[in-house]
Design a protein around this ligand. Structure first.
Ligand SMILES: [Zn+2]
Length: 201
């Protein structure tokens, strides 16, 4: 193991809490705490690991909720996880190419996954190495963001967005792009994570 911290990047909707649509974050804090506690308890040395969240949040772009209100909700959710050391940092993209709320309508922002901007920003801010980093996501865009940021590994968490029928086809395609594994639930992700950390050089 090198001196650099291992980087664990987590998607939010569908990973920290069930994916109930774009507003999941407003209800998700308690579940995020449960899952992140089980993650941090899995780690032998929490201090050697960086845990970052990278999240596309489109509720304000859809004009469902005023942007300032939503931004405060999102930041207070992640801030509270930060204060408990359940995560180490987070980045959020509020943009959408067809946003109803025009200030958030941006066609090619560098942050919205599958663009790698949020991951790269965290890697730079915390002096991490992509080759010692992985992502857990529940969408192809998470996996592609990891590929675009040159992460070592991507883990796809199965959920309603990713039906079994799609998996063999998708994994064949993705497998040629990035080291790629499938976790059937969060605890299977933790098993893969333990193995991956042990084998990370
Ligand atoms: Zn963005």
């Amino acid at each position: 193991m090198s001196d650099t911290k291992v980087g664990i990047f987590l998607d939010a909707d569908g990973v920290l809490w069930p994916d109930i649509g774009a507003g999941g974050i407003l209800e998700g804090l308690a579940e995020a705490r449960r899952r992140l506690r089980s993650l941090t308890q899995t780690l032998e040395r929490r201090e050697n690991v960086f845990i970052g969240v990278v999240s596309n949040q489109t509720l304000a772009a859809r004009a469902v909720i005023p942007f300032e209100d939503f931004r405060l909700e999102v930041f207070s959710t992640f801030q509270s996880l930060l204060e408990d050391s359940l995560i180490d940092d987070f980045r959020v993209c509020f943009h959408h190419p067809s946003a109803n709320y025009l200030p958030l309508r941006i066609d090619n922002c560098s942050c919205r996954k599958p663009s790698p901007g949020m991951i790269i920003d965290l890697i730079r801010s915390h002096a991490l190495q992509p080759s010692h980093s992985l992502i857990l996501g529940d969408r192809i865009s998470d996996i592609l963001a990891a590929r675009n940021a040159d992460l070592n590994e991507a883990i796809l968490l199965l959920g309603p967005r990713m039906l079994e029928a799609n998996i063999s086809m998708q994994s064949k395609h993705l497998g040629s792009l990035i080291q790629f594994r499938i976790a059937r639930d969060f605890s299977e992700f933790l098993e893969i994570l333990k193995w991956w950390i042990k084998n990370d050089k």
